[in-house]
Design a binder for this molecule. Structure first.
Ligand SMILES: Nc1nc2c(ncn2[C@@H]2O[C@H](COP(=O)(O)OP(=O)(O)OP(=O)(O)O)[C@@H](O)[C@H]2O)c(=O)[nH]1
Ligand SMILES: [Mg+2]
Length: 366
């Protein structure tokens, strides 16, 4: 790994040097502002120091992005590694037990086609069991109408998806909405979609703040969107800078905060994220999760990101998911408000307010 320290009069110049010397995929390890020269630190020239590293020669393909993120993580001790290995082992065992259990009671107790359909759609076996419990069997009582029983099940499922609220800008003043979540789930793309929608369709004043400063290309990705949508973009490195940026944009109706993708297993990164968002207790935090994520992994992410107290879930990549089992299982386990779902890569079109009935029907796909 190549590590270099750059100094300049301001952050933009320092980042330009990083980009020039190490390329777009450089990882920012550390930044510091100080006064150089002067007397006892007074009257000196404001100087910015950036320590950056390049993990692999550019261009870096997606899998190495994870490696880059690890370079800034706190060193993991043996204990950490053991805990992770144990958790993985437990998750694998849990999955195996679930698979066995899913087969057993189904034969003996239910033989219900709807139970089978739920499990085929990756609804957790225990949850599927609860959902079909007490549902009438299709027969003379229900008019020999399987669609009717299915409709009863959809209604039950809809109950768990009822809490829906998008971003509601205040009548006056400014609302700040942050997006957090694991790496690559679609946080930045989702912000671009929302910023475009609120700016163009609803004519609101919007600003975007990014705290994703680990890779130069991450800032550039959002800058490109911000330029096209014509909204201001602020880049912040510390909680104080976050506070200052939010204060500068208090005249906007909405401020969206983009954050670096975090490995849910890295507690140091999560604590850093928590500190950034703690500058304002009124920030509405959306936990962004991909519908393509395995349930066990999504569950782990929800548990670990809970240190940032997200108020809402936002699910991405519904278009790529073979089923929406993870979405339902999570909302069943954690009755949380759902904001939006995204259905593709197109900015700004592929996003919609979550619709409980539509989702329940999608979850129960044949
Ligand atoms: N198919 C599909 N792809 C999506 C969707 N949303 C985002 N993507 C794609 O997912 C990839 C990652 O998106 P980003 O917005 O960069 O994800 P991120 O969470 O900001 O990633 P990091 O900042 O690296 O953590 C990009 O290729 C996006 O185009 C979606 O709803 N469907
Ligand atoms: Mg991003």
């Amino acid at each position: 790994m190549k590590v270099k320290v750059f100094t300049a009069g301001n952050i933009q110049d320092a980042m330009a040097q990083v980009k020039h010397d190490l390329g777009r995929d450089a990882v920012i390890l550390h930044t510091r502002r100080f006064r150089k020269g002067g007397f006892l630190g007074f009257f000196g020239k404001e100087t910015v120091e950036v320590m950056a590293a390049l993990d692999t020669p550019p261009p870096v393909p997606p899998p190495e992005r994870k490696a880059a993120a690890h370079t800034v993580a706190a060193p993991r001790g043996d204990e950490d590694a053991k805990v992770t290995a144990m958790q993985l082992e437990m998750a694998t065992m849990r999955k195996m037990v679930e698979q066995v259990l899913a087969k057993l009671p189904r034969q003996e107790k239910h033989q219900s086609p709807l139970y089978d359909l739920l499990v085929r759609n990756d609804i957790d076996a225990a949850i599927a069991e609860n959902l079909v419990q007490g549902l009438p069997e299709d027969g003379p009582l229900t008019g020999n109408n399987p669609a009717f029983v299915r409709q009863l099940l959809i209604e039950r499922m809809t109950n768990y998806l009822q809490r829906v609220e998008g971003i509601v800008p205040p009548e006056s003043g400014c609302k700040v909405v942050a997006f957090i979540g694991p790496t690559g789930v679609g946080k930045t793309t989702t912000i671009a979609k929302l910023a475009a929608d609120f700016t163009f369709s609803q004519g609101m004043k919007v600003a975007v703040v990014t705290a994703d400063t680990y890779r130069i290309s991450a800032v550039e990705q959002l800058k490109t969107y911000a330029d096209i949508i014509d909204v201001p973009l602020e880049i912040v490195y510390t909680p104080d800078e976050m506070k200052a940026a939010l204060f500068r944009h208090r005249d906007k109706r909405l401020v969206f905060i983009d954050t670096a993708g975090r490995s849910p297993r890295n507690q140091y990164q999560l604590a850093e994220l928590q500190a950034l968002l703690a500058v304002d207790p009124y920030i509405e935090t959306n936990l962004v999760l991909s519908a393509t994520t395995k349930y066990a992994d999504a569950l782990d992410a929800v548990n670990r990101f809970s240190v940032c107290s997200p108020q809402k879930f936002l699910f991405t990549k519904l278009d790529e998911a073979t089923n929406l089992g993870t979405v339902f299982n999570l909302l069943y386990q954690f009755p949380t408000t759902l904001s939006y779902v995204t259905t593709g890569q197109n900015v700004p079109d592929d996003i919609e307010l979550a619709n409980p009935v539509k989702l329940a029907n999608m979850i129960l796909r044949d």
